[in-house]
Design a protein around this ligand. Structure first.
Ligand SMILES: [Zn+2]
Length: 289
C-alpha cells in the first residue's frame, strides 16, 4: 500500500489568493488537503498462498506471543502455554516446549504435537496439561486457531472468586456475555476428560475462567488469542482494584452488548495486537530464528 502523500498547495479547496492585503493576519496560507483514505496505511491479517507460508507465519506469531507473555510476567515456572493449530495437519498444534522460558523461545524451539499428545516435530517434551486442555479445545472448536493459558496473577486472583467479569469498563465489554466460568477444580489437568469438560464450559465463547486456576482465551489467530488474554488479565486487575476501592458502576446491558459488538471480534483483537508484535520483533528479532 503506498505511503501517505503530503497535501499539495494547489489543492482545489485551497484559497486562491491567500496572501492578499485584505486577508486577516491569522488566515493560513493554504488549507491542508486530506490524504485519500485509500492511501493511508491500515494493516489487516495477511493471506498466505501455501500451507508452508501459513505455518511459518503462525509459528512466528506464536514465538512472539510467548516472548510477550514472558515480558508481561505471565509465566510461573513451567505453567502456561499458547498453542497454534497447524494449517495442514489440523488435528496437530504447535506449542512451547516443556521447561523452556517464554522469554527465550524462538520459532525453531516450537514443537508440533499430534492428537495423541505425541511430539511429531521438535526435540522437547510437551507439557501434559497443555495437551490435556488445548487438544480438547482445538477439537471442540474448529474455528479456533490458537488458545492461550497461563497462571497470570490477576486472572488467577479473580478465578478464586468463582465469578465472571463485570461490564465496568469499555475494554471489558469485549467479554460481556462472551466468556464463561469453569466452576470446578480437581487438581492439575492431565487427563483428556478434564480437558473435555473445560472445552464444554468454554462453549462458543472467546474465554473461560478456570476456577482456582487462571484464564484461557481462544481466537481465530495467534494474535487474537494473545490479545484476548492480555486484555482479559488487565480487566481482572481493573475489577479487583475497583472493587477494593469502592462499588464500581455497571454499564447497562444494552450498552455493554453494543460495545461488545464494536470491540469484541477477533479482527479488532488482531488490530489491537499489532503494536505489541511490532515491539517484540523490533526489540527481539532473534525470536524469528
Ligand atoms: Zn494451568
Amino acid at each position: 500500500m503506498p505511503e501517505p502523500t503530503p497535501p499539495t498547495p494547489n489543492a482545489p479547496n485551497a484559497p486562491s489568493t491567500p496572501n492578499t492585503p485584505s486577508a486577516p493576519a491569522s488566515t493560513p496560507a493554504s488549507v491542508p488537503t486530506p490524504v485519500p483514505t485509500d492511501q493511508l496505511h491500515f494493516a489487516l491479517p495477511p493471506q498466505h498462498a501455501t500451507v508452508e507460508e501459513e505455518r511459518r507465519h503462525r509459528k512466528e506469531r506464536l514465538a512472539a506471543a510467548l516472548r510477550l507473555f514472558g515480558r508481561f510476567g505471565f509465566e510461573e515456572g513451567v505453567a502456561g502455554h499458547i498453542t497454534a493449530r497447524d494449517p495442514e495437519f489440523t488435528d496437530c498444534f504447535w506449542v512451547n516446549p516443556f521447561g523452556m522460558s517464554f522469554k527465550h523461545i524462538t520459532v525453531g524451539d516450537l514443537i508440533l504435537v499430534n492428537h495423541e499428545g505425541k511430539v511429531v516435530e521438535g526435540r522437547h517434551h510437551v507439557n501434559q496439561a497443555a495437551f490435556a486442555i488445548h487438544a480438547q479445545v482445538h477439537r471442540a472448536r474448529p474455528d479456533v486457531v490458537a488458545a492461550a493459558h497461563s497462571h497470570s496473577v490477576y486472572g488467577r486472583a479473580l478465578s478464586t472468586l468463582g465469578e465472571l467479569l463485570d461490564p465496568i469498563t469499555q475494554d471489558v465489554c469485549a467479554f460481556y456475555e462472551d466468556h464463561a466460568l469453569f466452576d470446578d477444580y480437581t487438581g492439575v489437568v492431565v487427563d483428556e476428560e478434564e480437558g473435555r469438560r473445560i472445552a464444554v464450559a468454554l462453549g462458543p465463547h472467546k474465554a473461560v475462567i478456570l476456577r482456582n486456576h487462571g484464564l484461557l482465551t481462544v481466537g481465530d489467530s495467534v494474535d487474537a488469542a494473545a490479545w484476548w488474554f492480555i486484555t482479559m488479565e488487565r480487566s481482572c486487575q481493573v475489577q479487583l482494584t475497583a472493587r477494593a476501592a469502592g462499588k464500581p458502576v455497571l454499564i447497562d446491558h444494552a450498552n455493554a452488548v453494543h460495545t461488545r459488538e464494536q470491540l469484541g471480534n477477533d479482527l479488532v483483537a488482531w488490530i489491537n495486537y499489532q503494536p505489541l508484535y511490532q515491539q517484540m520483533t523490533r526489540s527481539e528479532p532473534d525470536l524469528l530464528g
